[in-house]
Design a protein around this ligand. Structure first.
Ligand code: MUC
Ligand code: MG
Length: 376
C-alpha cells in the first residue's frame, strides 16, 4: 500500500562547492564559490527526493556551515526520520525539531527532499501539496555585488539587454556609507528610467548611520532597503521606519521563524519580509512565516541564499502558491554559478524565472555534476 511504499529508507548528504562567475561581496563576507549540502532521500518505493541547503561564506551569513549541517543531518536528523511515511510532513518536522534545535537550513533540505519524493511518487509538482499554483513564473532580480561600479553598470546593462533582469539589488555595507552612496549615485544615474534598484546592507549600519543614509537612498529612488541594522535591533527598524523620508524596509536576518515574524509585525518594523528556506526550516515553515506577514499587511519578497537550480526550484514551488508576491523574487543563484547541479536548469526569460513543470520540485539531480563538485 501507498503508506508502506512511502516509508523513508535512507538519507544521503553530500557537500559540494560550486565556483561563481565572479566574486560576490556582502557586508560581512565575500565568496568565489558557493557551498551547499545536497540531500538525496530514498523511499521504500524507490523514489529519490532531493533538497539543498545553502550557505554564504561558511557560518557567516547565519550560524550554519555545510560541515555542521552534514554532521547534524547524518547523526541526528536522518535517523529520526527512518521508517516514517514521507507524506507526514508536519510529523517529520516535529521529529526533526525534537532531534535538533534550530538547524533550519539542514531541516529545510530534508523537508524539500520529502516534498520532492512524494511529488515524484504521485506524479505531481510539490506546489500541489502546498496549496496549488497561483502563477507559473515569478519576476526575478539580479544582485550587483562586485563592489566596482564600472563592472556593476556593465553587468546590469548586459542583463537588461538580454531581458533577464530589470530590477537590481546592490549589496552595500562592505565599505564606508559615503563610498556606498557615491557608488549608488553612479548606478542610479546610469540606469535611470530603465531599472529599479534596491539595496541590502546585511546589518552593516547602526541606527545613527541608517537615520543619516536612508533619506539619501530614498532621494536616489532606491525602492527597498533590506536589513540596514543588526538583526537583533527590531526597535531601530521600527523607529527608522516611522521617520519621514525612509524608503520601504525589508526584513531579512531578523526573521527566521514565525515568532520572529510576529515580533516584527507587532513592532511595525518592516514593510516586507524576505522568505528563505534556510531561515524558515522548510516549505511549510516558510508558508507559516508568510501567513503571519500577510495577517499584518507585510509584503512578501522571495529571498535566496544563492541556491543552485535545486534550491531555487524548491523556493519556486512554494512562491508559486502565494496569492500576492508583491516584491517578486531574487533566485538568480543558478545564473551566478559556473555550472548547475541539475540536468535541465531553470528557465530565465522576460525578467521572470519559470516554475519547472515536472513532478516534485521539478528538477533532476545530475549525478556527474554532483560528483564533480563534491568535496573529496
Ligand atoms: C541576503 O542577505 O539577502 C541573497 C542575495 C545576495 O546577493 O545575498 C543573499 C543573502
Ligand atoms: Mg539579505
Amino acid at each position: 500500500d501507498l503508506r508502506r511504499d512511502l516509508a523513508i529508507e535512507s538519507v544521503r548528504s553530500t557537500i559540494v562547492d560550486v565556483p561563481t562567475v565572479r566574486r560576490h561581496k556582502l557586508s560581512q563576507t565575500s565568496v568565489t564559490a558557493q557551498s551547499y549540502v545536497i540531500v538525496e532521500l530514498r523511499l521504500a518505493n524507490g523514489a529519490v527526493g532531493i533538497g539543498e541547503a545553502a550557505t554564504l561564506g561558511g557560518p557567516r551569513w547565519s550560524e550554519e556551515s555545510v560541515e555542521a549541517m552534514k554532521a547534524n543531518i547524518d547523526t541526528y536528523l536522518a535517523p529520526a526520520l527512518i521508517g516514517l511515511a514521507a507524506d507526514r510532513f508536519e510529523a517529520a518536522g516535529a521529529r526533526m525539531d525534537a532531534a535538533a534545535k534550530r538547524n533550519n537550513a539542514a531541516k529545510a533540505a530534508i523537508e524539500t527532499a520529502l516534498f520532492d519524493a512524494v511529488g515524484k511518487t504521485l506524479g505531481i509538482p510539490a506546489a500541489l501539496l502546498l496549496g496549488g499554483m497561483v502563477r507559473d513564473s515569478v519576476p526575478v532580480l539580479w544582485t550587483l555585488a562586485s563592489g566596482d561600479p564600472d563592472q556593476e553598470i556593465e553587468e546590469a546593462e548586459r542583463k537588461l539587454a538580454a531581458r533577464l533582469h530589470d530590477t537590481f539589488k546592490v549589496k552595500i555595507g562592505a565599505q564606508a556609507p559615503e563610498a556606498d552612496l557615491a557608488r549608488l549615485r553612479r548606478l542610479a544615474a546610469a540606469l535611470e528610467g530603465r531599472a529599479r534598484l534596491i539595496v541590502d546592507a546585511n546589518q552593516a549600519w547602526d541606527e545613527t548611520t541608517a537615520a543619516r543614509c536612508l533619506p539619501q537612498l530614498a532621494e536616489l529612488g532606491i525602492a527597498l532597503v533590506e536589513q540596514p541594522v543588526p538583526a537583533w535591533n527590531i526597535g531601530a527598524m521600527a523607529r527608522l521606519r516611522a521617520r519621514p523620508g525612509t524608503p520601504p524596509l525589508l526584513a531579512d536576518e531578523c526573521v527566521f521563524d514565525a515568532h520572529d515574524m510576529l515580533a516584527v509585525a507587532q513592532a511595525a518594523a518592516a514593510d516586507a519580509v524576505s522568505l528563505k528556506l534556510v531561515k524558515h526550516g522548510g516549505l511549510l515553515g516558510l508558508k507559516k512565516v508568510a501567513a503571519v506577514a500577510e495577517a499584518a499587511g507585510i509584503g512578501l519578497y522571495g529571498g535566496c541564499l544563492l541556491e543552485s537550480s535545486i534550491g531555487a526550484a524548491a523556493h519556486l514551488q512554494v512562491f508559486s502558491t502565494f496569492r500576492e508576491l508583491a516584491w517578486g523574487c531574487e533566485h538568480f543563484g543558478p545564473q551566478i554559478l559556473v555550472d548547475d547541479l541539475v540536468e535541465e536548469p531553470l528557465r530565465f526569460a522576460d525578467f521572470q524565472v519559470h516554475l519547472p513543470s515536472r513532478p516534485g520540485i521539478g528538477v533532476t539531480l545530475d549525478q556527474a555534476r554532483l560528483r564533480r563538485y563534491a568535496r573529496p
